[in-house]
Design a protein around this ligand. Structure first.
Ligand SMILES: [Zn+2]
Length: 279
């Protein structure tokens, strides 16, 4: 299998946007404009994402990182224009796997072991022993929160909580919100890392609900599951209600061990919510 089309799974989301999935679980999104295109997130960086992207769009590409967790910055070093929230831009401008914390440095090796143990291969020409996430030079997202693609403009929507500078990108032209890790069905909510903030997360879900109720978006495209639309968007209400109960101490946590250490687990409908143990 080659490291570009062979490794990534590309599906069309709208007539001018694509969902690009790496290793079945790590999603990026490409939005094509007449003057500029935007790639939201860069997966885990095993394959050759720049090659896939240049095969899909003809305009210069800005990579917007929804946040700087390892599974969103993987191939970022292969792009020239990388943007991130000022809250997650390191002082030296180099976004790396340990920029936010050391918690993620073992994840590529853990991924490799599980992926190979499950009987999967790496792409041709990629040595799994050499796989690592390269640091990427980045700059801050535009201060006015808008990114002009020529025929349309994307709006940056701050949605912190999962990480300090977590953002979504709203495309009013297609009523799509690219939401990073803000909600997930299959993967639940991860609020158990050092830099997570439950209060900020509650506010972000309120903002998400407000945008949905204003019909600012009809499709919510997040990183680790199929895009949500229609009745499935009630997931936002369920998760918001669950987080408010957790925050108010109305739910009893189950202590669990995760790849990142001890956490508290709660179930909100079908979604697992993991928090730090001090909540
Ligand atoms: Zn994340």
């Amino acid at each position: 299998m080659d490291a570009a089309e062979g490794w990534y799974d590309v599906t069309r989301l709208t007539d001018r946007s694509y969902r690009i999935t790496e290793a079945e679980a790590y999603g990026a999104f490409l939005i094509e404009g007449t003057e500029r295109s935007v790639l939201v997130d860069a997966g885990i960086g095993v394959g050759d994402l720049p090659d896939v992207v240049s095969g899909l769009v003809g305009t210069p590409v800005t990579l917007v990182l929804s946040h700087t967790h390892w599974d969103h910055i993987g191939a970022a070093a292969g792009f020239e224009d990388v943007r991130v929230s000022p809250a997650e831009l390191p002082a030296d401008g180099r976004v790396a796997i340990d920029s936010l914390s050391e918690e993620f440095t073992e994840r590529p090796a853990q991924f490799t072991e599980r992926w190979l143990d499950a009987g999967n291969d790496f792409p041709d020409g990629v040595d799994h022993d050499e796989y690592a996430i390269e640091p990427a030079d980045a700059t801050a997202l535009p201060a006015d929160g808008s990114i002009d693609l020529g025929d349309r403009t994307l709006e940056v929507v701050p949605l912190p909580g999962h990480s300090p500078g977590h953002v979504g990108l709203l495309d009013p032209a297609t009523a799509t919100l690219y939401g990073g890790d803000v909600v997930h069905r299959e993967y639940g909510l991860y609020i158990h890392f050092e830099d997570c903030d439950l209060d900020a997360y509650v506010e972000s879900l309120r903002r998400l609900r407000e945008l949905r109720d204003e019909a600012a978006f009809e499709t919510l495209a997040t990183s680790h599951n199929e895009p949500l639309s229609g009745g499935d968007l009630s997931l936002i209400d369920d998760l918001l209600a669950g987080l408010e109960e957790i925050r108010a101490g109305k739910r009893t946590p189950e202590p669990v061990d995760t790849d990142w250490g001890p956490a508290h687990s709660y179930w909100v409908g079908d979604s697992e919510v993991l928090t730090t143990t001090d909540i």
